[in-house]
Design a protein around this ligand. Structure first.
Ligand code: DHB
Ligand code: FE
Length: 294
């Protein structure tokens, strides 16, 4: 029987300065070298395990969605997405090609599973989406290169309260996996959870980083995702800073892994293919992991 499958999940931070460092040829500078070294393995892994589609969970930073309209969960069903102009011109990276057929199927299935998604037929994608792609793929020339596969952008509101709980995100990941597995084409799908880890960009605690909490949280995400999903917003904000709340998006990807069924871990935990943590990158603690279904 033909069927699409999620085989792996990727987690990574999305700091805009990382995109700028790549676009301006600064990756070999002392400040950036150790950060990019953590992704050498990942770029090779992407080549060796090239997905047919990436389902990329990210957040828009008031770029495609202004504060006029704020969808909680938005799925991109378009054929392509242009890199957004975030104030310094669009990043010089290829246009992101979508997968309208699979995206529409997932929208249909996930909405029928009672998650009310917003359907987006046209939008630009900001650093929340393009920086994770650049980290996992490397530098490309937009004039002659393309991203290795189609991408389905899935935007989560983590910018303006009220934002979804970790539990809601975890449950949604399970619904996304069901949706993917009911698509009758043999497709290898990777799901990415992006944003985080600890950072706070404004206020009295600007610059906050919490290495101990980040690493304990990542342990929990990997080994006890059911408990991780129960962590309330206030813990993220207190321990990982106001923007650390972006981490709830990682729970969508984790909930889509094969060990999770009906809200419990019933299968074998995924294999930790790669894990990396680095401070500093701009104002953010960069976390990264690759999990493959056991
Ligand atoms: C930074 C991090 C972010 O997640 C973001 O969206 C913007 C800036 C930073 O560390 O500079
Ligand atoms: Fe951000």
């Amino acid at each position: 029987m033909n069927m699409a499958r999620i085989t792996a999940s990727v987690y990574t931070s999305h700091v805009p300065a990382i995109g700028a460092a790549m676009d301006m040829g600064k990756t070999k500078e002392d400040y950036w070298k150790p950060l990019f070294a953590g992704y050498d393995f990942s770029k090779q892994w992407m080549k060796d395990n090239k997905p047919d589609v990436v389902f990329l969970v990210y957040n828009d930073h008031a770029t495609a969605f202004s504060l006029d309209v704020i969808p909680t969960f938005a799925i991109g069903t378009a054929a392509e997405y242009k890199p957004a102009d975030e104030g310094w011109g669009p990043r010089p990276v290829p246009v992101v090609k979508g997968h309208p057929e699979l995206a529409s199927h997932i929208a249909q299935s996930v909405i029928q599973q009672d998650f009310d998604l917003t359907i987006v037929n046209k939008m630009d994608v900001d650093h929340g989406l393009t920086v994770p792609l650049s980290l996992m793929v490397g530098e490309l020339d937009p004039a002659k290169d393309a991203w290795p596969c189609p991408v389905i952008p899935f935007a989560v509101n983590v910018v303006q309260y009220p934002i979804p709980s970790g539990q809601r995100c975890f449950n949604l990941g399970q619904a996304i996996r069901k949706a993917v597995e009911s698509f009758d084409e043999d497709l290898n799908v990777h799901i990415w959870g992006t944003g985080g880890m600890s950072h706070q960009l404004q206020g009295a605690r600007a610059g906050l980083i919490n290495r101990e909490w980040d690493n304990a949280w990542l342990d929990k995400l990997i080994n006890d995702p059911v408990a991780c999903a129960q962590i309330p917003h206030i813990d993220y904000v207190r321990e990982a800073g106001s923007e650390g709340i972006e981490l709830v998006m990682w729970l969508i990807a984790r909930g889509a892994m094969a060990d999770v069924n009906n809200g419990q871990v019933t299968g074998k935990l995924p294999k930790v293919t790669h894990r990396f943590y680095h401070v500093p990158a701009s104002n953010t603690a960069v976390g990264h992991a690759i999990l493959e279904n056991a």
